[in-house]
Ligand binder design. Structure first.
Ligand SMILES: NC(=O)c1ccc[n+]([C@@H]2O[C@H](COP(=O)([O-])OP(=O)(O)OC[C@H]3O[C@@H](n4cnc5c(N)ncnc54)[C@H](O)[C@@H]3O)[C@@H](O)[C@H]2O)c1
Length: 359
């Protein structure tokens, strides 16, 4: 269902890093006339609520979800806490944008997708990587048939041990496959729209975070084979030294088609800042002398506004709910398929065998 409101109220559940950004971006959107926010942590709820001048601030998510001035919800809670607020909002027929990954279990994700369909409303998942301008342009080349039938996608990303440690602080039971490799699964799944993944072979291992008591691999590699033979080859590492100057994922992506290719070099070395007083790290609360200025995955604050893929993603979804403009945001169904793939990768690593996929 597409809403026809030109002016709406937005609810934001979860007032951490992402909730702060989504709220600020929503507050600056001229279609958003009312904002309600909630967080189980009263201090965080009030700090954000006061900063953006929220119309209602609560520690009880139901106050926000049930508020009749609120027409659509953004769920920015930590990974294990997506399900309940998403389901409650969908059951009230309110469109939802939930952060990635959609959920941590297939059962929860399926229930979310079913609830959206049953209540004639929409569910989208925040896969911000898609909203980097170059990946959007890549999608356009595929739509215009410049690449032809895709034969293979190769992707890798690296991130730092410091960022990895922050993620584990947020949700100690997630894996980097489920939390971060998932972005490449989303990008290639989007590019391969219409093809069905059938089999996964994956390997992984880890030493760095196990020293601190987290049972998680920092290195993983996977080969996903699709129904027509297309091969997706993925590799990830959360092992860059703590002070490596990246503030986010460094990505390489290569798409080989029968008629053309797309090569993306996202190692972000082209814009460097260096200061003896330290460059602010946008994700981790620390300073290092050197920083790759555009490497923060979601974007950056500059001259009092948030710029980059996270802002474009939020705006794209807001235009969908306020004006019914079609949006390229990841759908709930795509989020569910993605979860099945990342869980398949984890299973293949654990069992040391190939996994057949049913998507
Ligand atoms: N798209 C992106 O670029 C991007 C980047 C980072 C994180 N994320 C995703 O965003 C989500 C949140 O990440 P974050 O870095 O903002 O985490 P965070 O820890 O900074 O914030 C999460 C907030 O949720 C609150 N919370 C937890 N359970 C709750 C509940 N049941 N009800 C209400 N509030 C609750 C916590 O108190 C916290 O304030 C995760 O799913 C993460 O994977 C997306």
């Amino acid at each position: 269902m597409q809403l026809n409101h030109q002016e709406i109220g937005i609810g934001i559940i979860g007032c951490g890093r992402m909730g702060n950004l989504r709220s600020s971006i929503s507050r600056n959107n001229s279609s958003v006339k009312y904002i309600g926010i909630s967080d189980i942590d009263s201090g965080k709820a009030h700090q954000l609520g006061e900063r953006i001048n929220a119309d209602i601030i609560s520690t009880n998510n139901s106050d926000i979800i049930n508020d009749e001035n609120i027409h659509a919800l953004i769920v920015s809670t930590s990974e294990p806490e997506h399900y309940k607020p998403v389901i409650n909002a969908l059951e009230r027929g309110k469109p939802v944008l939930v952060e990635k990954p959609i959920a941590l279990s297939v059962d929860e994700a399926e229930k979310m997708v079913e609830a959206a369909a049953k209540n004639n409303t929409s569910l989208h998942v925040g896969y911000t990587l898609r909203f980097n301008r170059h990946y959007l342009i890549g999608k356009q080349q595929i739509i215009e048939n410049k690449v032809g039938n895709i034969l293979s996608c190769v992707g890798r990303f690296n991130n730092t041990q410091r960022t990895g440690a922050e993620i584990l602080k947020r949700s100690k039971h997630i894996s980097f496959v489920n939390d971060a490799l998932t972005y490449l699964v989303d990008l290639f799944g989007w590019y391969l729209d219409g093809k069905t993944p059938k089999e996964i072979v994956a390997k992984g291992h880890g030493k760095i975070y196990r020293k601190d008591g987290f049972d998680v691999d920092e290195i993983a590699a996977a080969i996903i084979t699709y129904d027509d033979g297309t091969i997706v080859n993925l590799s990830m590492g959360y092992a860059l030294p703590k002070n490596y100057p990246s503030h986010g994922r460094l990505v390489r992506a290569e798409i080989i088609g029968e008629n053309g290719v797309l090569f993306f070099d996202d190692d972000r070395k082209e814009h460097i800042g260096f200061s003896e007083s330290g460059m602010h790290h946008a994700y981790v609360d620390t300073n290092t002398e050197m920083g790759f200025l555009t490497s923060n995955a979601s974007g950056n604050w500059a001259v009092d506004k948030y710029w980059g893929p996270f802002a474009d993603e939020t705006r794209s979804w807001l235009e969908f709910v306020t004006q019914g403009i079609a949006c390229p945001n990841t759908t709930g169904k795509e989020g569910l398929q993605n979860l099945k793939i990342t869980l398949g990768i984890e299973k293949s690593i654990k069992l040391n065998e190939a996994i057949k996929l049913e998507v």
